[in-house]
Design a protein around this ligand. Structure first.
Ligand code: HEC
Length: 311
């Protein structure tokens, strides 16, 4: 078999297989494993060397065994080797089924009458693979016609909406496991006791100096009342804590030293202080905050939403 499949065919085939197998079995998400994990190309290179080694060794074994033959056997072997690769009947039959190409011996039978300065034309039929493809397009068109124009499975608008919803779900999933991408658009009030407790710990370390342990306020304002200087609600708190208060008032931008998720937690803790009665709370400063305005989404409306409504 090796005789008939030359190395420049064997090798790309071998490599394509290795490549396909690694891509199939290694779950690399968005990018090909080959690019994502450096170990994969390294393994490929190792396998290429293994392949070359196998080639070299088999060649060596072949030539050693050839030298061990008796002179008589060597001649027999040479004759065998020199025989050209003859196409089997099986191969011929299937190639004909596929291409319908007449063998050279039969060309006399299908020659057309024209002869232009010795240039002749053969009346070959269309190759079956080509006609097959043509019929397949007709079947495809029929199925498409019935599915989308008769039954009306879904319109392109609907397809767009479906794809978008799926993509949004994927983003949601992604954000769940990548919480440090937290920002003002995404921030939500955390109420799970564990998260609030973490927020409390951050508050105790960084904030009590100016806001007191009970949030009653010292240098900084009282955080337990409904009045806010820079706006209330989780989004405004997230913003004030990240970016700092009004200039010159002493509240720094905590994004320099706290991670976005930590700011979310400490802001959630501050929210949990709402309505508590600190021992010596400072008088309220700023306006009473109404939650309404805070929750307005910053995501632009998608133009196709009325398509969903129609559905
Ligand atoms: C150096 C003192 C100081 C520290 C430390 C400090 N703050 Fe402040 N904080 C202030 C001052 C002063 C203001 C008022 C800012 C203003 O007037 O704009 C303020 C305002 C705030 C506000 C907005 C209050 C409102 O009415 O708008 C929040 C929320 C807040 N701080 C949370 C925190 C958190 C959380 C921490 C800890 C990570 C913290 N602060 C640490 C001094 C401080």
């Amino acid at each position: 078999m090796r005789k008939y499949i030359p190395v420049y065919v064997r090798f790309p085939f071998f490599y394509a297989m290795v490549f396909a197998l690694t891509e199939y079995f290694i779950d690399s998400g968005d990018r090909p494993a080959f690019l994502k994990f450096p170990i994969v190309p390294i393994i490929h290179v190792i396998l290429i060397f293994v392949f070359i080694a196998v080639e070299v060794i088999t060649k060596a074994v072949d030539s050693i065994s050839y030298h061990l033959l008796t002179d008589e056997d060597k001649i027999k072997f040479d004759i065998e080797e020199a025989k050209p690769f003859t196409q089997t009947e099986f191969y011929k039959k299937w190639m004909f089924k596929f291409s319908a190409l007449q063998p050279i011996e039969n060309e006399k039978d299908i020659e057309l009458e024209h002869d232009y300065d010795g240039i002749k034309e053969l009346d070959n039929g269309l190759p079956p693979w080509f006609t097959g493809l043509f019929y397949a397009t007709i079947v495809f068109a029929l199925v498409y016609l019935v599915r989308f124009h008769v039954i009306g499975d879904y319109t392109q608008d609907q397809e767009y909406v479906i794809e978008n919803t799926l993509a949004e779900k994927k983003v949601e999933e992604y954000n769940k496991t990548a919480p440090d991408l937290m920002n003002i658009d995404k921030v939500t009030l955390l109420t799970e006791p564990a998260a609030v407790a973490e927020g409390k710990a951050i508050f105790t370390t960084n904030c009590v100096l100016c806001h007191k342990a009970d949030g009653g306020g010292a240098i900084g304002p009282n955080l337990t009342d409904a009045n806010w200087i820079n706006g209330g609600g989780i989004k405004n708190l997230f913003k004030t804590i990240s970016e700092g208060g009004r200039p010159g008032k002493g509240m720094v931008a905590w994004k320099e030293s706290l991670k976005p998720t930590e700011i979310q937690k400490v802001a959630s803790y501050v929210m949990s202080l709402q309505g508590t009665k600190p021992a010596a709370g400072k008088a309220p400063e700023g306006d009473v905050w109404k939650e309404d305005g805070a929750e307005k989404s910053t995501t632009p409306e998608i133009a196709v939403t009325d398509t969903i409504a129609k559905k």
